[in-house]
Design a protein around this ligand. Sequence first.
Ligand code: G3P
Ligand code: CA
Length: 248
Amino acid sequence: MKTIIYAHRGASKLAPENTMPAFQLAYEQNADGIETDIQLTKDHIPVLIHDENVRRTTNGTGFVQDYTFKELQKLDAGSWFSEYYVNTRIISLEDFLCWSKDKKLLLNLELKTNIIAYRNIEKLVYKLLKKYNKLHQTVISSFNPNSIKRMHQIDPNVTTALLTSQRITDLFTYTQKLGATGLHIKYRLLNRAFIDHAASNDLYLACYTINRPARMLRCYKLGIRAIFTDLPHIAIETRELFEQDILE
Ligand code: G3P
Ligand code: CA
């Protein structure tokens, strides 16, 4: 099976991460899917932004959870990246689902609950995915095992994946017990033994964040289920060359 290419925060090397221009570009570049990060506003609206604090990727300061969605939308989430993107806005998960509604794109929604454990985020996200009929195209991931467990309790048919950058003791059985379908791991953890352990525990493997063609190629050769990249057009080109047996 082809390795799935998810545009990490959209095509985030070429446009401001987690914004409409980055998602649109990933779509135009034919990424198989889009990965994005979810935090909750003060009025409990799931929004797409990587950090808990708006400082790095907007012209504002303070925490997402202290803004209402209306207030958050006043911030500029593009000019930090380049002048070309001035006035780009933070969008809600609902805006994103509306945009992706009739598209074949796969989605990976990462619940950013490892620093702030937003109450009910799992239920809110699940409701929206159901409303837009996107559950079958979506993977829910999180570094917070409680979020994975909760999502599995809400609906055991949802595809979920535990994110990890470390190989903790009993990782595979632990992940399985949460009800997760897969593991999304940092690239440096990837080796043959890890792949075999995941397979024998019935867990699929995906790797983040892969921007070098040599690493992409290694993942394709190893048959990893999915990769996350800031450069989806390079990943697609490399996959095509790999499929044509052009690359060694
Ligand atoms: O989902 C893979 C990757 O996005 C996890 O790390 O920090 O980029 O959200 P981060
Ligand atoms: Ca992420």
